[in-house]
Structure formats: structure tokens, C-alpha cells
Design a protein around this ligand. Sequence first.
Ligand code: NAD
Length: 452
Amino acid sequence: MSTYEVLNPANETVVRTIELHDVASVDRVIDRAHEVGDAWRRVTPADRGRLLRRFATIVDEHIEELAQLEVANAGHTIGNARWEAGNVRDVLHYYAAAPERHIGKQIPVAGGIDLTFYEPLGVVAIIVPWNFPMPIAGWGFGPALAAGNTVVLKPAMQTPLTAMRLGELALEAGIPEGVFTVVPGGGATVGNRFVTNEKVRKVCFTGSSPVGKQIMAGAAEQMKRVTLELGGKSANIIFADADLEKAAAGAPYAVFDNAGQDCCARSRILVQDSVYDRFMERFEAAVKNMKVMDPTSTESEMGPLISAGQRETVRSYVDESLVAFRGSAPEGAGYWMAPTVMTSDGSDRAFREEIFGPVASVVRFSDEAEAVRIANDSPFGLSGSIWTRDSGRALRVARAVETGALSVNSNSSVRYATPFGGFKQSGIGRELGPDALRAFSEEKNVFISTEE
Ligand code: NAD
């Protein structure tokens, strides 16, 4: 096994050195997950629910520890990190109720009785990116375990610590050894082995679109099931009839939360001509007021980027764009960058590509049709917002925008009780919501003849 130094992105110090799995050791973990699969699927639905509730309770007792670990490992603000740990607890609670409600059908047919069953897939592999290590892990392992699968989970190299701790807490909760195992390691070794190992029956991947495409191609070899949650370049569409104060006050957080390292970041801001100047004035004030500072402070609204490399990539987009204004950021150690707003005519690279940093591009539009055209002129379709007081327009535009998770007069995209996922190159499949277990089950149809 090789080792990896996990860094604190706010000050560049080493948080911990961890051991990385290689292909041989990940195979042993998958073998174990496969061996214990039969026993886990036979745990009664009520008992599986009880174990998940206990897991949720233990996570709840460790919210502060998990949150502090995420601040040190990922540079998330303490406020966000507490929410993220709480989200793992809530997802576990929500899906703890699911095993007893994973109900098949009885379908009227001639000559007998027809029943459907939801069967677990077997070993499910979850691959997590570095931007939201806890919630994205939970959205996978919560419903996957509830549906009776065993789970192997690979955190991102840069951010393994909270996932590793969650693996320990699952054992404390009484989830049997081998049912949920966290396997830190590289994408090309552990991640790729999840795709090629035949005992893994599904890969649930969240990450960049290029790696997602590679995983889909690899999975095709064995017709392995995939859920892919990929990149985004979401539009924040502000119509002239909107509550402009509210839209402008919320716009910085809609893109700069988590330093813009958010697949749902509304990084394309579309503003109707007639209110463009008024919006920009208010938006500038809001951006300049953002508290970009030490993420351990409860006042902090934005922390650093995850790595020096990520900051370089983000800066390269800014260098070739027209900057309208900037917020502030600390100087010195840490991968800090000030929130930056650029203007665009819609044709530049910064407006079209996912940047994954604290930068936003603003473009003007004249009418509803043009707003929809610009919003849809993207290979991505993950989230987005529409700001208007006209409810007819809100619904028309919401139906016309090709994206998976939209908000009207709000910038929130994610609730554990509602489905989440992307159109187009933002992914395949949905996570969360009442139907999440379907993505971790095979539907089996059984016909029983009643003929004499
Ligand atoms: P990434 O694709 O580089 O890595 C994601 C994960 O895949 C990591 O764990 C990585 O080690 C692993 N990986 C890398 N190469 C692999 C391979 N060949 N085979 C298997 N696994 C491999 O993405 P990232 O830079 O960690 O995360 C940022 C990206 O994630 C952004 O594009 C962002 O939009 C996307 N994202 C999407 C969502 C969503 O829900 N749609 C949520 C968060 C992040």
C-alpha cells in the first residue's frame, strides 16, 4: 500500500497521512462485500431499518467531530460542514423507513397471479468527488444499504477523512463488518477496479463528465448498472419582474458557496436588459460583502479552493475574461481566491465550460425566448434558478429549461426527499427522493399459474 498526505487547503498543513488501497487489496474488500451479501439481504426489512436508524443516531452524536474533520480536510466553512454531516443523518433516517416500504406490485393477468419483487443488486460501488465528501457519500450508501445491497465506497484522494470516519461509525451502529466498507485510493486503481471487477454489480459515480464517460464505457463491458452525477453549468435567470433585491442578494451564494466547487453552482447569470444595471449594482454590493475567511469561524461564508492545481485552473479562465468586479480573499498560505464576476456575450470559454471555482459570468437577454435559448445552449443540464413574479412565466420557463433540478425564486437544489440528477451530459439516473431504492434494485416479475 502507498500513502497520501491529506492537506488542509486553508493553510497547506498536513492533516493526516493515509494508506491507499491497491488493486489486490480492493479485490479483497469486494470479495468480502460479496461474501456477506447473502446474510445482509436476509436481514428482515424492519431490522435493516432499525440498523440504519441506529447509524443515523450515531452520526448525529458525531456531527461536530465530522464537521470539524471536513473543515480541516476540505476547507468547508464550519456552518456548511455541520449542515453536511446533518444531511448524512437525515438521509439515513429517511431511508431507514424504506426497507419496509419497498413494495412490489400484484398485476392482474389471465391464468394466474403476477407479482413483482425488488431484489438487491449485490455489491454496489460508490465513487465520490472531493467537493461534497459527506452528502454525496450518504446519497449513495443510504438507499443502497436500505435496498439490501452491500457497499464499497471510494472517497476522493484529497478528501477521504469523513468517509473513513463514517465507515467506523457504521460498525459502531452494528452494521455487520463487510456490509459497508470505505476504500481510500486512486481513481485509476480503486475506482477503475470497481468498474472492472465482475462482483461489483453497480457503480454509482459522482464526478467530472470526462471520467463519467469513461466509467460508462467501462461498465458497458459487463452491462454493469450505473448512476452518473456529473458536471454542470447552471443558469440563474433573472427576469425584469423579479424581486430584484432578493435575486441579487442570493446570487453570490448560488455560485460562490463552497468556493464555487459545487456541481449546482449557478455560474451563468442571465439578466433581462431592462434591469441589468440595477441588478449589477446590487449584485456587486452583495459580492463585496461576502465573508471569505478562515472556515473555522462561524462567520465565514466561503473558504479556500481544494488545491493549488484547482486554483490555477480557475485563474486561467479569469485571465482571458472581462472582469466586472471582485470580492476579497485572505492572502498568504492556503488556496484562496476572491469571488470574481465577469461579463460575457455568451461565446467565451468561461461562459461555456464548468470551471468549479468562485467565478461567475453575467450575460444579458431581451425576452423569455432568448433566456430559454441561452440557458439550454449548454452540454450540461443539472440545476438552475428562475426569478420572476409571474407564475405563468415561472412554469413555462421551468418546463422549457433542460435541466434536472430547478428552483423558482430560490437557489436551493437539494432536498433528501426530492429527486436529484442531471439532463444531457450532467448525468444519468436520479438520486434521493422517494424512488431512490429503485436505482439500487432489480425489478423481478414472477407469474404463478392458477390453472388446474
Ligand atoms: P473526478 O471525476 O476527477 O473524480 C471523481 C471521483 O472519481 C474521485 O473519487 C476520483 O478519484 C475518481 N476517479 C478518477 N478517475 C477515475 C477512473 N478512471 N475510474 C474510476 N474512478 C475515477 O471529479 P472531481 O474533480 O473529484 O469532482 C469534481 C467534478 O464532480 C465536477 O465536474 C462536478 O461538477 C462533479 N460533481 C457532480 C455532482 C452531481 O451530483 N452531479 C456533485 C458533485 C460534483
